[in-house]
Design a protein around this ligand. Structure first.
Ligand SMILES: [Zn+2]
Length: 52
C-alpha cells in the first residue's frame, strides 16, 4: 500500500523499498513512504466501515 500515491491513487510499481519518499510520476507530488502507507491503511479502514 506504500506504493500508492495518496494524492491521485496511482500505484508506482517502480518504487524501491529503500526510498523513504518519492515523487509521483502522475501528479508530481511528493509522497512520504511511512505517512503514505498509514494514510492508505486508514482509508482502507474507512472504506470497510462505510460499506457495512
Ligand atoms: Zn499522484
Amino acid at each position: 500500500s506504500s506504493k500508492k500515491c495518496r494524492h491521485c491513487g496511482k500505484i508506482n510499481h517502480e518504487l524501491k523499498l529503500h526510498m523513504r519518499k518519492w515523487k509521483c510520476p502522475n501528479c508530481n507530488k511528493i509522497n512520504h513512504r511511512d505517512i503514505n502507507a498509514s494514510i492508505n491503511i486508514l482509508n482502507e479502514g474507512i472504506r470497510i466501515i462505510s460499506s457495512e
